[in-house]
Design a protein around this ligand. Structure first.
Ligand code: F58
Length: 873
């Protein structure tokens, strides 16, 4: 009858009660009103835009849940191999508009809320950004979630449910960045489902004692235990029923914890600080490195427990774990998952070291996002030993033989001390394994490169020094099946610099590249609806076809030659500029000249990204304009320059750059001689939502990092997709963008990566005074020093980074930068040619869809397959 198969009761009754997807305006308005009444306890006469947003969100959520349930049930039934994306950051931005577009219900909701007296755009504006991240790395994770669901891939994200997002940026009247907290959960979050029943215990501190039986096993006891509670966020795919999951962990004190030493003050003090999670990485300067380490472990341990529980439901032998699970490490932040899985397999599952190591090294994949030495994560050995004593043992067990070999080679065996090897048992275990030659081929390192002591020291997972430090990139590398960089040049640099020794040792095939991508749903269809509609019309394809196969944009190429089309194209850019101007007018009260060229640089403030080069270029332009006669000025292109971006609260030079930008803006925007031709704005509190208004309005955007420093960049792709042209250095994904769109459509300048090292050497040992080397730049610096923008001495530390050392090579690239800006001016003067470039650029951006990138990971890394969800099951 089917009754026996059904979990409980009558299947028919169950099915009759199940909610189906809303498809028409009537069911949407019903569900909206129902939520106003029963979820919000409000009524028509006291519902404002915020309430309407909440009601709309709850009603959309019901639809997402229908698909989410189906997806999870079918994954459970079909048990495909799954991928898990571990990221400490997910910069999701707003959800409602994206969910409406992915569900294909935007028009229906628009009509529905209009019937109820609301405007959909006003409702969408009510939503706060979920800003659980810093920059590109966090936004990439969000794009990959969208693409995995859209490509019907069985992938879950795992992250932390931070109580505070990245700080809100305020700009003081002097131009200083001030930081205010972002309590983003204040008004409840309709997009998450608390799963109070999904909880795991996570331990910190305590003692780890080896069993001393030569097995390498240990007992980890005592310390502090907290609970990890799951919150699920639904991730709808575009035009598919697949709705994946992002599981975020929240910490909660374990009931009955440490009753003996219960002391209200301490108890609260110890736990409350941990329970408060910050999305702002730099909050850890204040709240301590230990908190960050605990968060990393808390999140990886909870995620692994969850993944293991799901795997165990399959009743497969542990050795088959990598056939069902692939875990992607988004940078080194989740690297503790490697020793944690070793711990579980050895101490709890009783596996032999070698069997465990085989599972681990077939499960994990590591993506590197930077080669800047100062940005590579390292953890002090004493701190790890204190917080995670068992993990430190395991890390030493991985590294032990390397270390041992080094010591033996250096004839320093006698110096083994208790800080390195916590007990005799530990030493004998490592020694036994060393003799058995079964560790990570470390002995083989010695065999392969006999007597190469420096190499051993370079490759070690532990960096010597006071204190010793764990090199997380090395741990992630040795513990992973594959390693990748995020653009061709960057992956080459990973292979030839930071992980060179590992490439020589393990073979190049382990080290690949997956060029980053962006989701065209949010970064074109959602943020630029008019352009999306024009493209659909031109391509004569369903929107859902080209949005899922972005290479179809190539069909736009012939339209570059079509005058009427160019007019439509340019009209949309113009209206996007007006939309931005309107936004700035209403939020900041500033009037923008929408007839000018819009020149945009929006990204985190960092010396390597060289916002300083940009602002010095603006000053150069201003000084040039000042020297012109009014008649000469009239021939110059009008330009509006926009900056936005946050500086790390403790990053003095970056904050000084913001201050300079704000004060230059104040001076030049007030100058009657020049303000018709050049204006400058620093837009505070950069966010995903602000990017969505800025990007479609840009004519030219700047991606001007010192060659070899920007791993990829992803906003460069977003601007080009929206028909903005790119002014940049030969760095990161700029290179691949130029390969696609053609160098004639990109404005490149500056020295190339291979020159950088030599130039830095010259700065140090054959210093040429800036007046001689680059007089134009020297003049600009002097004007700032002389107080043209006020603040006399304030900028000296910033200017001195260029005058002395100039690590980021501004003085080497300044002249070619100015020349490139002039080329932009010249090209922009030929309006029709410019529009052609714009159309051709959009047409050739197919490669940069995050669908392409996620499919590369799925096929060449994780070995997972699309698992379509049948809507009626
Ligand atoms: C960025 N990294 C890269 N890190 O800089 C950028 O080139 C690349 O396109 C992007 O990743 C995606 O691959 C990045 O955003 C961070 O935000 C760190 C987070 C942890 C603290 C230090 C910054």
């Amino acid at each position: 009858t089917g009754k026996e198969k059904w979990p409980r009761g009558d299947e028919k009754v169950w099915k009759a009660g199940m909610r189906s997807l809303d498809k028409d305006v009537e069911s949407i308005t019903k569900s909206f009103v129902n939520h106003v009444q029963t979820s919000l306890a409000r009524q028509a006469h006291n519902l404002d835009d915020l309430g309407a947003y909440q009601a709309a969100a709850l009603s959309v959520r019901d639809n997402l849940l229908v698909n989410w349930n189906k997806t999870q049930l079918q994954y459970m039934r079909k048990s495909p191999k799954r991928a898990y994306y571990l990221s400490l950051e997910f910069l999701m931005g707003r959800t409602l508009d994206n969910a409406l577009l992915n569900l294909g219900l935007k028009d229906e909701y628009k009509d529905g809320v209009r019937l109820l007296g609301f405007n959909i755009e006003d409702i969408l504006e009510q939503e706060r950004d979920a800003a659980l991240g810093n920059g590109g790395l966090g936004r990439l994770a969000a794009c990959y979630l969208d693409s995995s669901a859209s490509q019907e891939l069985p992938l879950w994200g795992y992250g932390l449910r931070y109580k505070y997002g990245i700080f809100k940026q305020l700009i003081s009247p002097e131009g200083n960045q001030l930081e205010a907290p972002d309590p983003w959960l204040e008004h409840q979050n309709p997009w998450e489902l608390p799963r109070l029943d999904v909880a795991y215990e996570v331990r910190f501190y305590g003692r780890a004692e080896r069993l001393g039986d030569g097995s390498g096993r240990a007992l980890w006891t005592g310390g502090q235990e907290v609970l990890a509670i799951a919150y699920d966020v639904m991730i709808p795919g575009y035009n598919t029923a697949t709705t994946n999951n992002l599981r975020l962990w929240e910490s909660k004190p374990k009931r009955g914890f440490d009753l003996n030493s219960f002391n209200a003050g301490n108890y609260e003090g110890a736990l409350s600080r941990f329970v408060v999670l910050f999305a702002d990485f730099f909050a850890y300067r204040t709240f301590g490195k230990e908190l960050r380490l605990k968060q990393q472990y808390f999140w990886t341990a909870a995620s692994l427990s969850d993944i293991l529980r799901r795997f165990k439901n399959l009743n497969k032998p542990m050795s088959e774990f990598p056939e069902f699970v692939a875990i992607q490490l988004n940078d080194t932040h989740p690297t503790l998952a490697i020793p944690e899985l070793m711990r579980i397999l050895i101490d709890e599952e009783d596996l032999h070291w070698d069997a465990a190591w085989k599972i681990v090294t077939n499960t994990f994949f590591y993506t590197n996002h930077t080669v800047l030495p100062e940005a590579l994560e390292k953890w002090s050995v004493p701190l790890v030993e204190h917080v995670l004593p068992r993990h430190m043992q395991i890390i030493y067990d991985i590294v032990g033989p390397i270390y041992f070999c080094t010591l033996i080679i250096l004839h320093l065996t006698c110096q083994l001390d208790r800080t390195c090897f916590s007990s005799k048992a530990s030493v004998s275990f490592i020694y036994a394994r060393l003799c058995a030659l079964t560790m990570i081929k470390t002995v083989a390192v010695e065999k392969k490169f006999p007597g190469d002591r420096e190499r051993l020291a370079r490759m070690s997972l532990i960096e010597e020094g006071q204190p010793k430090q764990v090199r997380m990139a090395h741990l992630a590398c040795v513990g992973s099946r594959k390693v990748n960089g995020v653009a061709e040049l960057h992956s080459d640099l990973v292979r030839t610099t930071i992980l060179k020794d590992f490439v020589e040792f393990e073979g190049i095939s382990k080290f690949g590249n997956v060029t980053n991508g962006i989701t065209p749903r949010r970064w074109l269809d959602q943020c630029n609806p008019e352009l999306s509609a024009l493209i659909t019309k031109a391509l004569k394809l369903e929107k859902s076809v080209w949005l899922k196969d972005l290479t179809k944009l190539e069909g736009l190429l012939p339209f570059a030659e079509n005058k009427a089309f160019r007019k439509e194209w340019a009209g949309i850019k113009q209206r996007n500029k007006e939309r931005l101007a309107h936004y700035i007018e209403t939020t900041l009260g500033l009037t923008i000249n929408t007839k000018a060229l819009f020149d945009v640089q929006i990204k985190r403030l960092h010396e390597y990204k060289r916002q300083t080069l940009n602002i010095l270029g603006v000053i150069h332009r201003y000084l040039t304009l000042k020297n012109m006669t009014p008649a000469q000025r009239k021939k110059v292109n009008n330009r509006v320059v926009f900056f936005a971006g946050k500086a790390a609260p403790g990053y003095y030079i970056a904050k000084l750059t913001i201050r300079l930008i704000v004060n230059v803006a104040r001076t030049i925007n007030a100058d009657p001689d020049t303000r018709d031709y050049l204006t400058l704005y620093f837009l505070p509190d950069y966010s995903v939502s602000l990017a969505e208004v800025l990007i479609p309005a840009s004519d030219i955007s700047q991606h001007i990092s010192t060659a070899g420093t920007e791993a990829s960049g992803t906003s460069n792709m977003k601007f080009c997709l929206n028909g903005g042209l790119l002014l940049g250095t030969v760095d990161g994904a700029n290179i691949e963008i130029a390969e696609e769109v053609g160098e004639s459509n990109v404005f490149f300048f500056g020295h190339l990566t291979p020159a950088v090292e030599d130039l830095r050497y010259q700065h140090l040992y054959h210093h040429i005074p800036i007046e001689k080397k680059c007089p134009a730049l020297a003049h600009v610096l002097n004007q700032v020093s002389l107080g043209l923008f006020g603040d006399n001495e304030v900028y000296e530390p910033l200017l001195n980074t260029i005058r002395q050392g100039d690590y980021y090579l501004l003085s080497d690239d300044f002249d070619s930068y100015i020349a490139a800006l002039a080329m932009v001016d010249e090209a922009y003067s030929d309006t029709e040619e410019w529009i052609k470039k714009s159309i051709r650029t959009t047409a050739k951006m197919g490669k940069f869809s995050s669908d392409r990138a996620i499919n590369e990971y799925a096929e060449s890394y994780w070995n997972i397959e699309a698992t379509p969800i049948t809507p009626h099951s």
